[in-house]
Each structure stands twice: as structure tokens, then as C-alpha cells.
Design a protein around this ligand. Structure first.
Ligand SMILES: [Fe+2]
Ligand SMILES: [Fe+2]
Length: 296
């Protein structure tokens, strides 16, 4: 008899015939990736995490880099992995600011954050992320609680806070994410503008952001994320932006619709010039921005 599971969206997954979508191979991030440069480089870290090196200023969005010491393909927090992380936290040579979108375990990872907080890295995120991380041992000194609509600056980078809408606990019980608990970020650098929505349903605030160069695009199928139709809609609102598909293909977690069933091709086929604009890169592969364009 076939072995199957039912995920949180009540979709049946036949585990005997399951073929997981796997991201391209991981490229290890090395010391050279932290050096000052004449452009901005964006690296997917796997899952929902990113690193930005903009002319030597290094930001990280929702980094999770720690694995269980005995099992290198099991992340701290117990997510089994399809692809390794591009580095461990100890390999982060420089980090000027950490940005957190929300406090799900695949975004605000205490094991990773505690190491960086002990190095006095500045942090920006919601009050709920702060509360969770402090309870799990984070040194609180350099954390700023942010709210949608605010602007922050670090070196020559402007960060605008977007709202988020991600109440997935409606189908799983527990304390729901309220609107103020989840945020996104518009990161404006000298080399171009990048939108990090975080895990969220589509909101009007995601539309109409000027001069977007790069759109990391959540391609998971979960209805408490963009979901495939709204992901394509969002990409079509920014016809000149390049796209990095993410939130698929790095964690092996079939019960969770946010991790299983994400597929860049299923979104990009409904995106105008999706084949040309979609940059399907593995964790740790840099995408370079310069003069408001992606350098190919
Ligand atoms: Fe989430
Ligand atoms: Fe997530």
C-alpha cells in the first residue's frame, strides 16, 4: 500500500512517488565574498535567507547557517536539508546588520543569531522576533524594533520597512502572527534596489516600489506566503527586475507546504520574460548589481 502524508493545506503527498524539487548546487561562501567591492552582490543562503555585500557593507536577511554538530544535513531547529548551507556562522567574516522578517524557525534562528549578537552586530526586526530571540538567549543590546513605513540607514544603504501578512497559525493553532509581527524590507543601495518581502501574502504595499532591480521571489505554494499565482503577479508588476526564486528546494520537509512543492518553473512560466529574468541560482552564488542593473 502506498505511503502518503497529508500536509497542513490538506494536500495528499504520496511519499513513495514523491520527487522533491531541489535547488541548484550550493557554492561555498568564502572570505573574498566579504571584501569591499565596487558593486552590490546578493547571495541566497538557502530557505528564506540572504546576504548582501554592498561596497563592503554586509547585511543579512533571516540567516540560518547552523547545523546539528552530529548531522551536517540537519539544520539547527531540526529541518532536514536537501542542500547544505553555503557557510557556517563562524565563517561570517563581517556583518554590519541583521534584518529579520518574522520569527518562524527558518528565518529567526537562535543558534545562528546568538553567535552574531555576541559579536555586537546591529539588528532590525519586529518586537515579536525580539521577544522570541531574547527568550532563547540572544544578547539584546543592539536590536532595534521596526515598524512598517519606517526608514533606516546604514552606511550608504537605505532600508524601508514593508508590512507582512503571514498568519499561518490559523491552520495550525498557536499564537497567530498579527500584522505588526511580520515585516519586509526594501533595500536601496547605490547599485540598485532589492525587495525582500519575507513570508507574506501579497499586499498593496508590495506594488509600485520605484526602480526595483532585483526581486527575490518566494515560489512556495503555501497560501500564507505569496503562493504561485500572486508570486507571478508580483513579478509581472516589476517587468524590468531580475528575479531570484527562493523558499524552495533546500529544506526536506514534506509536511510543510511552505517547504514542499515550491518550484521556480511553475511560477516563472506565468511571468513575462520569466526565462530571461529568472535567475535560478544555488545557495551562495552571487548575483551582482551595478548602475541599477543586474550584471550578467
Ligand atoms: Fe514563515
Ligand atoms: Fe519561511
Amino acid at each position: 500500500m502506498a505511503k502518503y502524508i497529508v500536509d497542513m493545506m490538506n494536500e495528499r503527498i504520496d511519499m513513495d512517488n514523491r520527487v522533491a524539487v531541489v535547488a541548484p548546487e550550493t557554492r561555498p561562501i568564502g572570505e573574498e565574498d566579504f571584501q569591499s567591492c565596487e558593486n552590490t552582490k546578493v547571495y541566497w543562503l538557502g530557505g528564506g535567507g540572504f546576504m548582501i555585500n554592498s561596497r563592503g557593507t554586509v547585511l543579512m536577511v533571516d540567516p540560518i547557517l547552523e547545523t546539528k554538530s552530529t548531522e551536517p544535513l540537519v539544520a539547527a531547529g531540526n529541518h532536514k536539508m536537501l542542500r547544505p548551507f553555503p557557510m557556517e556562522t563562524k565563517d561570517v567574516k563581517k556583518c554590519d546588520m541583521l534584518l529579520f522578517t518574522h520569527d518562524d524557525g527558518d528565518h529567526a534562528n537562535p543558534e545562528t543569531v546568538n553567535i552574531l549578537a555576541d559579536r555586537d552586530v546591529k539588528m532590525l526586526g519586529s518586537a515579536r522576533v525580539f521577544e522570541t530571540l531574547v527568550k532563547k538567549g540572544m544578547k539584546p543590546d543592539h536590536y532595534t524594533v521596526c515598524h512598517a513605513g519606517e526608514k533606516y540607514y546604514i552606511d550608504e544603504i537605505e532600508i524601508v520597512i514593508l508590512p507582512g501578512d503571514h498568519p499561518w497559525q490559523l491552520i495550525d493553532g498557536g499564537r497567530c502572527f498579527y500584522p505588526e509581527d511580520c515585516v519586509g524590507f526594501v533595500v536601496k543601495t547605490k547599485d540598485g534596489t532589492i525587495i525582500f518581502t519575507g513570508d507574506t501574502r501579497l499586499l498593496k504595499e508590495h506594488i509600485g516600489i520605484p526602480d526595483v532591480t532585483l526581486l527575490p521571489l518566494d515560489v512556495s505554494k503555501c497560501v500564507f506566503h505569496l503562493g504561485r499565482p500572486a508570486a507571478a503577479l508580483l513579478a509581472n508588476k516589476y517587468p524590468d527586475a531580475y528575479i531570484i526564486p527562493y523558499h524552495y528546494g533546500t529544506f526536506d520537509y514534506p509536511e510543510c507546504p511552505a517547504q514542499e512543492g515550491g518550484d521556480p518553473e511553475l511560477v516563472l512560466k506565468n511571468v513575462k520574460h520569466g526565462k530571461e529574468r529568472g535567475l535560478i541560482v544555488g545557495p551562495g552564488c552571487p548575483v551582482t548589481l551595478q548602475d541599477g542593473k543586474v550584471v550578467r
